[in-house]
Design a protein around this ligand. Structure first.
Ligand code: GUN
Length: 292
């Protein structure tokens, strides 16, 4: 069994990005600048956004964190987005999800200029992704493609079962892996909460991407020997033995499934760190596009 080590791979990618930033600066180009907007005080969201900002520091990017109160109006949030859209120093920005219920998420994502949408959530960028045109591929599926690439996991002609049809993970992942691309050309089944014969499908899968958000959902009796497992789930589970009172669990029962897997991502330290590295990569791509 080979661990698909996202922590190490993300560190490698960040080192590569840091070198490119030095090169840009040596050529007299501007420093890449990523901004993040966060609404409210959700602990997990704040942790993620802070990690994104910290990662900017490490690769030599500039970063701006805009914190807005839970009670912010949709109009005020749209104004903030407009300011970022026209600020020529900002190369890319993200609005951390989820947003409070009184704000229309789709309206917000559509307000982000597609050229600065380093999350790849704008319909224009989703459309380009679907057509296999150059775009910002959203961080989680992009990170998974990169992990499969760097560990030489074969996808051509393989049967991939993606579990979960979310707009930010399952759906784009299923599209990307079916496309004619280096890490693609797979036969893809997109399974979800209404799928009736899931175990029948997962038992046939050469590669499983688990993104349903149910901790330890995928068990050893649901996979075949030699399977590749990509675990996107990350849920806090109460655990009194831990100092902070919780442990992190993926969508895969790691201990048992790892025994049958050829490749498997750990949680934490698998897909998670890759998403941050790919967000930085998209920001760098935004700068390169402007420079070319
Ligand atoms: N919330 C969970 N994942 C993401 C992500 O990739 N981007 C943003 N903006 N919010 C998220």
């Amino acid at each position: 069994m080979t661990l698909l080590d996202g922590k190490k791979t993300a560190a490698d990618i960040k080192s590569e990005i840091a070198l490119e930033v030095i090169e840009l600066k040596n050529k007299g180009k501007k420093t890449p600048h990523l901004a993040a907007v966060i609404v409210g005080n959700d602990g997990a969201s704040l942790t993620y956004v802070n990690a994104k900002v910290k990662a900017c520091d490490r690769v030599g990017f500039e970063s701006t964190l805009i914190r807005l109160p839970e009670t912010v109006t949709e109009e005020d949030l749209l104004n903030e987005i407009n300011i970022l859209n026209i600020d020529t120093d900002i190369d890319g920005f993200i609005v951390q999800l989820p947003l409070p219920k009184h704000i229309d998420e789709q309206k917000i994502l559509m307000a982000v200029h597609p050229d600065k949408d380093v999350d790849g959530f704008h319909p224009t960028n989703v459309g380009k992704l679907t057509l296999n045109l150059p775009t910002f591929i959203s961080a989680t599926p992009f990170g998974i493609l990169e992990l499969l690439e760097r560990y030489n996991v074969e996808t051509v002609g393989k049967h991939v079962v993606v579990i979960g049809r979310s707009n930010i993970v399952g759906r784009p992942m299923s599209i990307l892996l079916s496309q004619k691309r280096t890490k693609g050309n797979a036969t893809v089944t997109l399974a979800h909460s209404r799928t009736q014969n899931l175990k029948e499908l997962t038992l046939q899968a050469d590669i499983i991407v688990a993104a349903i958000g149910i901790p330890e959902f995928l068990k050893a009796d649901m996979v075949k020997d030699g399977v590749t497992i990509v675990d996107v789930g990350i849920t806090r589970i109460a655990d009194s033995r831990k100092k902070n009172g919780y442990r992190l669990a993926g969508d895969v029962h790691f201990e048992s499934v790892a025994k049958k897997a050829a490749f498997i991502t750990p949680v934490p330290g698998g897909v998670g760190p890759m998403t941050i590295a790919m967000l930085l990569k998209n920001t760098l791509l935004s700068v390169k596009r402007k420079n070319s």
